[in-house]
Design a protein around this ligand. Structure first.
Ligand code: M6R
Length: 613
């Protein structure tokens, strides 16, 4: 996820771009850059200074060689290519006469790049974006004006994009387009503006328009023309917005947690993007291991903390069932101190949203020292774990600001499921058609998450009816167990209520002594191989007076008959079900915390990134 901004027709364009990027910084800050059309040339400045990138850019723009009225800017959250100045946007064509900023992923960039290189283009970055600048260059070389050239270039690309393009040939023109990635346009007296979202434009213009998928906008000072990618004239409706700036940075949501939960379908879809061929076979080149090496693995260790550990617990089922390799899930802070026995046929997978959790980092270092191959699964490009690992499988959830993990957890689970399927493919433990069916089921998850999110009001009602409770047991079996752990963790950290996650079959060995009238039992009752046994466990707590809330599949009357309240979710393959089942538990914990007037984004005693042992 990156932020883009553009303006034409404003004498203060450089200041406006930098200020826009400051407002969009939450979308990423691996690097920042702008291009201005100045005196018949493009002038570019870029900085890659971690969290200081936009601040460093502000210091650089003062050296622009003259006044400009047109420019584009970008703040980057790296996906393809390390966070460096060379990979910072805006990116140029061969001659520095076309500049592009982009948010999204060009899925077929490798293919386009090879073809451009064969016709003499030289790429200077490791990004997927640069091909757009060169495609536009090619089209303009045939005599097309900038807007037409952009349109033709975008007909060639696959994937997601919000782009803005400028060229020295038409210095007052900005051309923008989008597909599956937001882009907002603004018009005011004598100026036209664009940005990834509304906050960057607030206070600059009252007339806002949202560009829709496959639409192209031509922005000139004070005028905007919108067409379809095919060239048909369109008339987008104006938007009326009454956000204040603080609310807008949260995209109109009350807090980052709500926004990030809402972003989960996209986080999962982006993490899946571009990772298999059209026939459904997996292409995880990122693993940097030959098929032979993957086939010879004898054991997988999933090492992580907190929610990332729960993602590992889900992955254990997938790796063992699909790929038939023994998988161990290890609490990172324990793993390195127990003298683990490892060898080169062991794969240690460090799962960490931030890529900076010291416990996980040190555990992976230990695994490597003991001979294992090390894979990082992280959301942050060039994080410490990404740099230390032999290979990295990135989740693509975008920056997560709320301390409680939501969208990054779901993205981790699907990334690990892709790893499990890849192992199954290489080891031939599943047929091609079984793998294609699993891939198909994965692609249906974003729509399923959307459906669950749309039921938030029903979850709120259940939470409100339990607002007085102080003890919660989350129970699950099989794939329901990691979901129970995650539900309990979310409730603890957000609402400070006492919550235990437990394997339901274990309850009778002691903890059932704690169940009494008033205890709330939240059970994960979606269909899995232990569903019938789980029903008996629910009967055991009911008969001791617990109030029972069940997460159950739509229409499951047997579950409804056992429960005081049901949180409904669509049915999916049991190995993928945790991705849907976790969502109502996030909503439930969120609502209970809000009912207690707590700051959901910054719970007490916690830090988003834990860099101490
Ligand atoms: O960045 P990491 O994934 O390594 O972080 C691990 C845990 O600190 C993290 O999941 C923590 O438990 C969250 N606050 C859970 O919501």
């Amino acid at each position: 996820m990156c932020g883009i901004v553009g303006a034409t027709g404003r004498p203060d364009v450089a200041e406006l771009l930098v200020e826009g990027l400051e407002r969009l910084e939450y979308r990423g800050y691996d690097s920042a850059g702008i291009v201005l059309a100045v005196e018949g040339a493009l002038w570019r400045t870029r900085a890659a200074d971690g969290t200081r990138s936009v601040a460093a850019l502000r210091e650089l723009v003062g050296s622009a060689p003259g006044p400009a009225v047109t420019g584009i800017g970008h703040t980057r959250w790296a996906t393809h290519g390390a966070p460096s100045v060379e990979n910072a946007h805006p990116l140029y064509d061969c001659f520095g006469r076309v500049a592009v900023v982009h948010n999204g992923i060009i899925e077929n960039h490798a293919e386009i790049q090879s073809s451009l290189e064969r016709s003499g283009h030289a790429m200077v970055s490791a990004t997927d974006t640069e091909v757009i600048a060169h495609l536009v260059e090619d089209k303009m070389a045939t005599g097309l004006p900038l807007a037409e050239a952009v349109r033709h270039a975008l007909l060639v690309v696959r994937g997601s994009f919000a782009v803005a393009v400028v060229s020295v040939e038409e210095p007052e023109l900005l051309v923008a387009a989008r597909r599956n990635t937001p882009l907002v346009l603004g018009r005011s007296d004598g100026a036209s503006l664009l940005a990834s979202d509304i906050p960057a434009l607030l206070g600059r213009t009252e007339q806002l328009f949202v560009l829709a998928d496959d639409q192209v906008a031509e922005l000139r000072p004070g005028s905007i023309r919108v067409t379809s990618l095919a060239g048909a004239e369109l008339d987008p409706p104006a938007l009326s917005v009454d956000w204040d700036l603080a609310a807008a940075q949260k995209g109109g949501f009350e807090d980052f947690m709500s926004k990030e939960m809402r972003e989960q379908p996209r986080a999962v879809a982006d993490t899946l993007l571009d990772r298999w061929t059209p026939d459904g076979s997996l292409t995880l080149d990122e693993l940097c291991m030959t098929e032979d090496e993957l086939a010879q693995l004898t054991r997988v260790y999933l090492v992580a903390c907190g929610s990332s550990y729960h993602a590992g617990l889900v992955a254990k089922f997938a790796i063992e069932q699909w790929a038939a390799i023994p998988a161990e899930v290890e609490i990172a802070s324990e793993f390195r101190y127990r003298n683990p026995v490892l060898d080169p046929k062991a794969l240690a997978v460090g799962v960490s949203q931030s890529g900076e959790s010291l416990d996980t980092l040190l555990a992976l270092r230990e695994a490597r020292a003991r001979g294992a191959r090390v894979l990082g699964v992280t959301n942050v490009v060039d994080s410490s774990i990404a740099r230390e690992a032999d290979a990295v499988l990135y989740t693509r959830a975008g920056p997560e600001i709320c301390v409680a993990a939501t969208k990054t957890l779901l993205a981790q689970i699907v990334a690990l499921e892709l790893l499990a399927l890849t192992l199954a493919q290489v080891r031939k433990t599943r047929s091609a058609s079984e793998i294609a069916a699993a891939v198909d089921a994965l692609t249906r998850l974003p729509a399923g998450i959307d459906e669950v999110l749309a039921r938030a009001k029903e979850v709120d009602q259940v939470a409100e009816s339990l607002a007085g409770a102080s003890d919660f047991f989350y129970l699950g079996r099989n794939l329901g167990y990691p979901v129970a752990l995650e539900g309990a963790l979310k409730l603890k950290e957000l609402s400070y209520l006492h919550a235990e996650g437990y394997p339901a079959g274990e309850l009778k060995h002691g903890p059932i002594a704690l169940i009494e009238p008033g205890t709330v039992v939240v059970g994960i009752a979606t269909r899995n191989p232990l569903w019938e046994k789980f029903q008996s466990n629910v009967q055991e707590v009911r008969s001791r007076g617990a109030t029972v809330v069940l997460v159950a599949n739509d229409g499951d009357e047997a579950a409804a008959a056992l429960a005081d309240h049901v949180l409904w979710v669509p049915e999916s393959d049991p190995l993928l079900a945790p991705v849907l089942d976790i969502v109502p538990l996030q909503l439930f914990a969120y609502r209970l915390a809000r009912l207690r007037n707590l700051d959901v984004d910054r719970p007490r005693n916690l830090a988003k990134t834990v860099t101490v042992e």
